[in-house]
Design a binder for this molecule. Structure first.
Ligand code: FES
Length: 232
């Protein structure tokens, strides 16, 4: 370095004018010249120096103490909860055993009234259609005045037909089956007449309809006792 400077610039003379002059700036090329690369052996040492020093291992925390008062209460509460659930299950099974589920069917019989409540011949009485699924029809059959109890279930697929007073027929809204006042089918896909229920008078003269007993025309049951009630 010193050799380079000596060769490129003349040395100042002691005591001369040049001694007071400031040193000339170095050329820009020399300032910007890249520094020589450091030897490769210095790299690992520098990397090792950059790495943080290993911390000493911290001591493990002490094991939890289970037998504290709070943990004891929590365990006791859990145990009692499980025991309570188990007792509830056992109690439920016991009650099911003592009181088995029994399906209580409603009484198929119902009180329809008295003969005087059906005064008109050739009339369909609809007051029991919704609640009981029965039409009471007063009509003349074989020259006799009868009261019959017709089922409101269509014999095709079980829909409920409507009584059309002006047309004098039952008409099913589902597929168009038609039935006469007697219950005989005459149009649509219904394969057979409506069914009739048993009806009779009790000792007090009340008319009782029994939906537990049915009569089918196609089985020649409409002439059986109980399939109609004589009026008049
Ligand atoms: S259910 Fe009545 S016609 Fe089909």
């Amino acid at each position: 370095m010193s050799e380079t400077n000596e060769s490129s610039t003349p040395a100042p003379q002691a005591g001369g004018d040049d001694a007071a002059k400031p040193e000339a700036p170095k050329p820009a090329a020399a300032a910007a010249a890249p520094k020589p690369a450091a030897p490769a052996a210095a790299k690992p040492a520098a990397a090792a120096a950059a790495k943080p020093a290993k911390k000493p291992a911290e001591p493990l925390p002490p094991p939890p103490v289970l037998a504290t008062r709070r943990s004891f209460l929590a365990w006791g509460l859990g145990a009692w909860s499980i025991f309570g659930l188990w007792m509830a299950g056992v109690g439920h099974l016991f009650l099911r055993f003592m009181f088995p589920r029994v399906l209580y069917e409603p009484d198929p019989k119902f009180l329809a009234g008295r003969k005087s409540d059906f005064p008109e011949v050739g009339k369909v009485y609809e007051e029991f259609k919704e609640g009981q699924g029965v039409w009471l029809v007063r009509l003349v059959e074989g020259g006799e005045d009868h009261l019959v109890a017709l089922s409101t279930v269509c014999t095709h697929l079980g829909c409920t037909p409507n009584w059309l007073e002006t047309e004098g027929k039952f008409k099913c809204p589902c597929h168009g089956s038609g039935f006469y006042m007697t219950g005989i089918n005459f149009e649509g896909p219904a394969p057979r007449p409506l069914e009739r229920y048993r009806l009779f008078q009790d000792a007090g003269g009340n008319i009782i309809v029994d939906r537990g007993t049915k009569f089918r025309e196609d089985l020649a049951q409409w002439g059986s006792p109980g399939s109609f009630l004589k009026m008049g």
